[in-house]
Design a protein around this ligand. Structure first.
Ligand code: HCB
Length: 217
């Protein structure tokens, strides 16, 4: 089966809140050797975004979003170990990268996709989790001394913490020791420029490309 039709099935399975179906699609993606990254981005993620739009239009409600997220996560549980196996570049030494969903934000699906794709690309990724207090992210940066730190914000109310985080890094005297990367649906290049973040990433591939370019010069 082609990449296009599996992506279409992945998208529809998330929109149908059907975890059995997302798992089935994930297994077929692996069995048929289709690009996992492409199906995640063009299939599962698109489905999730479309459910988000329906929520915005008040055509579906929070339980639907939770069911769609559960269906997507069920597929990711199957695809993640396979991606890691296929990647096999974990020792490529692109450096240590910390990532988390920022304080107040429990959205984690996108951040986890970025984490896995950076790992596959050769970064040593430390995933700090979701709703991580700003002081704890700063502390982790002091302890782990990463080349970069990514924060994910899915809400306008939590985006503002990315700005505070920049200020806290400066106050702690470590701002110039690392690259800051910001992402999440409401986050834009303009926002990154405004708060002084080094790299804006629209999606996981963008994060991989831009951060790899930073390391490789
Ligand atoms: Co949630 N939610 N939600 N939600 N949710 C959003 C984000 C809204 C936009 C929906 C809406 O109103 N249209 C909205 C935020 C509105 C706003 O502030 N502008 C919203 C709201 C309001 C809420 C609650 C407050 C609802 C409530 O309780 N009343 C609550 C949040 C509570 C809290 O955080 N304190 C809530 C809860 C939930 C869940 C739990 C039901 C579920 C999350 C499950 C989970 O993550 N474990 C959920 C979901 C799934 C969504 C939507 C539908 C999809 C988000 C998603 O997973 N997208 C979302 C609608 C939307 O975003 N359009 C909706 C798919 C992933 C793959 O995309 O953008 O997250 P992504 O990540 C991309 C990209 O941004 C980038 O790469 C990723 C991969 O390509 N990226 C990074 C992301 N992070 C990065 C970090 C980097 O360093 C680099 C790149």
């Amino acid at each position: 089966m082609s990449l296009e039709s599996l992506s279409e099935e992945a998208r529809n399975a998330v929109k149908a809140y059907d975890a059995k179906k997302t798992v089935d699609v994930a297994n077929r993606v692996i069995a048929e050797g289709v690009s996992i990254v492409d199906v995640i981005q063009d299939g599962f993620t698109k489905g999730m975004t479309e459910v988000g739009q329906l929520y915005e239009e008040k055509k579906v409600f929070l339980p639907h979003i939770m069911a769609a997220a559960a269906a997507m996560n069920a597929a990711m549980d199957i695809l993640t170990p396979e991606l890691e196996k296929q990647g096999g570049k974990a020792d490529e030494g692109l450096g240590k990268f910390l990532i988390c969903s920022i304080e107040g934000d429990i959205h984690s699906i996108g951040k986890d996709i970025v984490a896995i794709m950076l790992k596959v690309a050769g970064f040593s990724v430390v995933n700090l989790g979701r709703d991580v207090a700003l002081k704890d992210i700063v502390k982790a940066c002091q302890d782990e001394k990463p080349m970069g730190v990514g924060t994910s914000a899915l809400m306008t109310s939590t985006m503002v913490h990315q700005k505070t985080f920049e200020e806290m890094l400066k106050k702690a005297g470590i701002r110039d020791t690392l690259i800051t990367n910001v992402g999440g649906a409401p986050v834009t290049q303009q926002w990154a420029d405004e708060i002084g973040a080094d790299v804006y990433s629209e999606n996981a591939s963008d994060a991989v490309n831009k951060l790899t370019a930073v390391v490789k010069g």
